[in-house]
Each structure stands twice: as C-alpha cells, then as structure tokens.
Design a protein around this ligand. Structure first.
Ligand code: NAP
Length: 282
C-alpha cells in the first residue's frame, strides 16, 4: 500500500509504455515487503532538464533511465560511478543527501547470465555483432571479466572507431567488416558470440544475423541480447549446432536486479523478477 512514507522510484524514457521495468521492480519491492513504488515517467527529450529538477525537488529516491535519455542525462547528475563513465551512459540514478549519482548496470546485467550458466570469460575470445549503445556495455562487462580478445563485426568500421579507441588500452579489441572472410577467420577461435544487433527482433522474427555456423570447431556460447522473441533465429540455429544459448531476458532482469540493490542496499529477488517478466510474455 502507498503511504506517506513510500519511497518513489521511476523510469525516465520516451516512450516508456513498453517498459517491463515497472512490473519487475514492483514485484521485487512487494516480495521484500519494501515500502517503495516504481512508476513510469515519460519525459519528452525537450523536457529532460525540467524533469530532473522536478525529480530532485519531489524527493524521488532513484530512477532508471532508458532511451533516449541515457547519455543526455549525464550532465545533470552530481556524480558518475565508474560503470557510467566506462559505458558512457547512465541507466540508474540514486538520489542521496540531495545529490544525484549516476550508474550503469547494463554491463553487470550482461555478464551475470553468463556467469550463472557457468561460462568462464577469463582469457576467452569473444565475437560481437554490432557496435551500438548496448555493445559498449557488453565490451565493458567483458573487460571487467578479463577476456583476452574482442572482435566486433560491423557494417561500418568508421562508426565503431570510437568504441574501439576507448577500450583498446584495456583489451585486445578490433572492428572488422562483417560479413567477411576476415571476420570468419576470427570467429573460428571465439568462445562466446554475442548478437548486439536488432536483427531477428520482433516483428522481424524471420531474419537472422549472417553467421557461418560451420566455422566453429568447439561448442561455443551464443548470446542474443534480444528477448522478444525469447528464442530468435540466431539462437535457434545455434541450438541446432549444439551450442549453449542465452537470450536477453537475463540481461534485462540482472540490470534491474543490480539497480534494485543500488536503491535498497538489499540483494534482489532475481527469481521473482524473472517470473514477473515471464508473466507479461504470456
Ligand atoms: P543500436 O545502438 O541501434 O545499435 C545496433 C547495432 O547493430 C549498430 O552497430 C548497427 O549498425 C548494427 N546493426 C543494425 N542492423 C544491422 C544489420 N542489418 N546488419 C549489421 N549490423 C546491423 O542498438 P542497441 O541499443 O545497441 O541495441 C541492440 C540490441 O540489443 C537491440 O535488439 C536491443 O533490443 C538489445 N538490447 C537488449 C538489452 C537487454 O537488456 N536484453 C539491453 C539493451 C539492448 P549501424 O551503426 O551500422 O546501424
């Protein structure tokens, strides 16, 4: 029940109607009997500065930030955590002592499902399809886990240059035209292949990233950041080739779980958050 003591958390985005986060987070608060509420906050890009002032003035305890505000919100925050600086975007705000702190939980959200499946990343070679906003969180998450090499398949090397330049002091990383023989040669030795393009996402579920699955000599992990549909053609084909598959639902839940912990200081009820997500898919 909402009372005078209820702590308010919101999600800032435009639009936000489609977001699963209110369901997931409210289920998590209820499960822990926490007096918190999580509400959608649709904010037009022209209104972001006003919205942040209002958010502060109204005494919100925290927020998630989604498209298109993840980068634009950064100048309005008092402090940025290393996660936000490295990913170059904020997806979680914590309000404390009249200050706003920006974090990014996408990188840990990406990594957790791999670790929970027992996939070791230390010293491993990673193939990554696409170099957009999500890819930067993926790369930072992989670097934190000590991977050996990241090879990104892109259709525009120029667009991937910034991503490669930022992280090349920290890991062996390169962007290669994809599809190409050169990219295939690198893929042959990869242990994990991540799809961070939207190819195969609803409603274009009949499409699939061009991957030559006959290349892999060992069993790899195929990880699609997409969660609608739960099993993309990318994952279906990988499964036919007997590879381990992971979809994007785990990343969605785990980034939310990490945000929950930042706001409440408590471990998140991850299973309940998964359940809330699955109920919406039925
Ligand atoms: P984004 O910033 O638009 O980046 C998409 C990337 O894919 C770009 O590098 C783009 O290349 C490339 N791409 C798109 N279509 C392509 C095609 N036909 N062939 C080759 N490359 C193509 O998007 P994003 O925010 O990174 O999101 C990417 C995917 O991850 C989406 O499906 C999104 O739903 C998913 N995602 C999931 C989670 C989660 O929690 N599970 C979180 C974030 C994102 P160009 O630059 O050349 O266009």
């Amino acid at each position: 029940m909402i009372t005078g003591k209820t702590k308010c958390i919101g999600i800032l985005g435009w639009p936000v109607e489609h977001s699963m986060s209110p369901l997931m987070q409210n289920a998590a608060f209820a499960a822990n009997e926490l007096n918190y509420v999580y509400i959608p906050m649709p904010v037009h890009p022209d209104q972001l500065a006003t919205a942040i002032s209002g958010f502060k003035a109204l005494g919100f305890a925290g927020a998630n930030v989604t498209i298109p505000h993840k980068i634009a919100v950064m100048p309005y925050l008092d402090e940025l955590d290393r996660s936000a600086k490295m990913v170059g975007a904020v997806n979680t705000i914590v309000a404390k002592d009249n200050k706003l702190y920006g974090y990014n939980t996408d990188a840990i959200g990406f990594v957790q499902p791999l670790l929970k499946q027992g996939v070791s990343l230390t010293g491993k070679n990673i193939g990554l399809l696409g170099a957009g906003g999500a890819a930067r969180a993926v790369v930072w998450g992989l670097i934190e886990q000590g991977v050996a090499e990241i090879t990104i398949g892109v259709r525009s090397i120029e667009k991937a240059r910034e991503l490669v330049d930022i992280f090349s002091p920290l890991v062996k990383i390169q962007a290669i035209q994809w599809p190409s023989d050169e990219f295939n040669e690198k893929l042959r030795y990869c242990h994990v292949l991540v799809n961070s393009t939207p190819i195969g996402m609803y409603p274009h579920i009949d499409t699939e990233p061009p991957v030559d699955w006959s290349l892999f000599t060992n069993r790899i992990t195929a990880y699609d950041l997409i969660y609608t549909p739960p099993k993309t053609n990318f994952l279906k084909t990988a499964e036919r080739f007997n590879h381990l598959i992971i979809n994007g639902a785990g990343m969605l839940v785990e980034q939310g779980a990490a945000a929950f912990t930042l706001w409440t200081g408590l471990p998140a009820p991850v299973d309940i958050m998964y359940q809330a997500l699955q109920n919406t898919e039925k």
